[in-house]
Design a protein around this ligand. Structure first.
Ligand code: SAH
Length: 241
């Protein structure tokens, strides 16, 4: 199950953090390291800090954008050093392990980590079903990137050792993947504008709430197709046809 968990590091500045993350992952039995636009990679500092986990670095997938890193993923969790103002569904590290591991038994899942300086952007958070926050000292809550990777990978390992069982994940189900969900959200926005339901400036918050609704529902591909058929029909009427 751990093999189906992608650790996705976005815009990492320090190559040493990439190496130390690879080491943390390998210690806990994880394999898949995905790097979205790293500043410096490959790099000697990454190799030095990986110290024996350089096979994970060699196999790391480097991507230009998050879409590539999330292709085929059924569940996405973002690690955030701050509690966000928007009430996004939140998990603590233990709950994160128990949520991800049963899903990983059914397919690919991803855990996203942000930049050292600025964390994850709102657009990146929008891609997540849940946020996970390590409940650190509220006055000093931002961990070093690789140490945050370590804590969350440890909880994934503990959850996999406990064999969380099917209860936490419910019935096995073929949910729509990340690309299908993005297709739905794009279509939804386009139709809302077409119908005059929301203008582009006002629609950001609305769009985010609708994202949350549909990400919570976890539709399967047939359900996404039905919704998109409905949007197409509504768009035609709204367009004056
Ligand atoms: N200054 C940034 C923190 C970046 S730390 C900010 O305020 O957002 C780099 C990354 O490590 C974060 O994006 C997050 O993915 C992870 N991280 C650090 N501390 C964390 C914490 N307490 N809980 C969850 N993830 C954390």
């Amino acid at each position: 199950m751990l093999h189906n968990v992608r650790i996705v590091l976005i815009g990492t500045t320090h190559p040493g953090n990439i190496g130390a993350s690879a080491r943390a992952m390998k210690n806990m039995g994880l394999q898949q390291l995905w790097l979205v636009r790293p500043k410096l990679f490959p790099h000697a500092e990454a190799t030095a800090r990986a110290s024996g986990a350089d096979d994970l670095l060699a196999a790391a997938r480097v991507c230009d954008d998050l879409d590539q890193a999330l292709a085929g993923c059924r569940l996405v969790v973002g690690a955030s050093a701050r509690l966000r103002s928007l009430r996004w569904p939140q998990l603590d590290p233990r709950q994160c392990g128990h949520r991800l591991i049963p899903e990983a038994a059914q397919g690919e899942v991803a855990l996203l980590f942000g930049r050292e300086s600025s964390g994850l952007s709102n657009a990146e958070l929008d891609r997540c079903h849940y946020l996970v926050h390590i409940p650190a000292n509220p006055d000093y809550s931002s961990l070093n990137l690789a140490q945050a990777v370590q804590v969350l990978c440890y909880e994934l390992r503990m959850a996999s050792l406990e064999q969380a069982g099917p209860a936490a994940g419910g019935e096995p189900r073929e949910v729509a993947d990340a690309a299908a969900m993005e297709g739905l959200f794009g279509h939804l926005q386009q139709t809302m504008e077409q119908l005059g339901f929301a203008n582009p400036e006002q629609s950001t918050t609305l769009q985010r709430r609708l994202r949350r609704l549909f990400l919570r529902a976890r539709p399967d591909q047939d359900e996404v197709n039905i919704l998109r058929g409905l949007l197409s029909a509504a768009g035609k009427r709204g367009g004056g046809a």
